[in-house]
Design a protein around this ligand. Structure first.
Ligand SMILES: Cc1ncc(C[n+]2csc(CCOP(=O)(O)OP(=O)(O)O)c2C)c(N)n1
Ligand code: SF4
Ligand SMILES: [Mg+2]
Length: 322
């Protein structure tokens, strides 16, 4: 167990003997909460199933799992996971998750939401979470529509999409999620499809293993208000699920053509491809997280103040303001 884990557990009044006792392997029954209330056939079911599978596979400590969300059909996610969680204000899940991640680095912070939540009302928060590189996994279930509020144009709706807000068809240029995330400074950026469970699981695991602001855009169909829109990337519906071929660094001529995930410009080029585009990891970068930088800054400050406690550091800061 890490020092951080011990520290927060002691603060929470839990004896280390209890935490170090052998525990049962995490299973689906333990992490399943309420019965999902999505429409039958909604893509979000497969995302939840993949998430359960990853939690089971990775056998995370149950009390370390936190799922957070804004508002939307997709944002109901935390209701269905038995763990710490919150269904927060529309578009404001990134700031909530940021505070939790910075204050409790021992927790696994997972954020779920929709295209409206992430790219419209929460678009600005997304950019700042990304540039600060705050450690979390943010899974965006993109259905190209506002589902919960019954079919308004979303920031990812294609031009021409007829909705309650655009009865004659959308006229605004949609957001390109991959370009927005690369430009924003996210350090792990991937794209997947809700019909491809193995691929979704792989992307979630890689995002979890990355230290920093990890975002996955998942095309997840709203069968009610924008059916069949993702069929062009679903092989069972005649489409093609084209994977990014990542460099293997094996010095072969084929490798020259493969994608270097650390190459920002190459990631932009992939993001330019016409719909349905390609799937996999677009970009990954090992820039220091705000969690690590802030921890160092706090330690230095404490050191300068003669190993002061948190309360003493705070008091001295207030004293300086007088
Ligand atoms: C501050 C605020 N503005 C607007 C709303 C209304 N509202 C709720 S969910 C939503 C959009 C949901 O779309 P999305 O995030 O794409 O999620 P989906 O339902 O499609 O999964 C809106 C506009 C709200 N609840 N709070
Ligand atoms: S309205 Fe659409 S996004 Fe919402 S639960 Fe139904 S199918 Fe899913
Ligand atoms: Mg949506």
């Amino acid at each position: 167990m890490s020092e951080e884990t011990n520290g927060s557990s002691v603060a929470a009044g839990i004896s280390p003997a209890v935490l170090d006792a052998p525990r049962e392997k995490l299973n689906k029954k333990a992490i399943t909460a309420d019965h999902p209330t999505w429409c039958p056939g909604c893509g979000d079911f497969a995302v939840l199933a993949s998430f359960y599978k990853v939690l089971e596979k990775r056998n995370l400590d149950h009390e370390k799992i936190v799922t957070l969300a804004g508002i939307g059909c997709s944002s109901r996610f935390p209701y269905f996971v038995n763990g710490h969680g919150a269904h927060f204000i529309h578009g404001r899940a990134v700031p909530l998750a940021s505070g939790i991640s910075l204050a409790r680095p021992d927790l696994h912070v997972f954020l779920f939401g929709g295209d409206g939540d992430g790219f419209s009302i929460g678009g600005n928060h997304l950019d700042h979470g990304a540039r600060k590189n705050i450690n979390m996994v943010y899974f965006i279930m993109d259905n190209f529509v506002y589902g919960l509020t019954k079919k308004q144009t979303s920031p990812t709706s294609p031009i021409g999409f007829k909705s309650k807000t655009d009865p004659t068809g959308a006229i605004d240029q949609p957001v390109n999620p991959m370009k927005k995330l690369i430009a924003g400074g996210a350090t792990f950026i991937a794209r997947t499809h809700a019909t491809q469970v193995k691929h979704m699981m792989d992307m979630i695991e890689r995002a979890m293993d990355h230290q920093g602001f990890s975002v996955i855009e998942c095309l997840s169909e709203c069968v009610e208000f924008f059916p069949d829109v993702f069929d062009p990337a679903d092989p069972r519906k005649g489409g093609s699920f084209e994977l990014i071929q990542e460099k293997k660094w094996d010095n072969t001529p084929e490798d020259e053509l493969r994608h270097d995930v650390t190459d920002e410009l190459a990631a932009y080029k992939l993001a330019q491809l016409p719909f349905p585009g390609v799937f996999g990891v677009f970009y990954q970068n090992d820039r220091p997280t705000k969690n690590a930088l802030e921890k160092k800054w706090i330690e230095n400050t404490r050191d300068k103040l003669g190993n002061a406690t948190d309360v003493e550091v705070l008091q001295k800061t207030f004293d300086r303001m007088k």
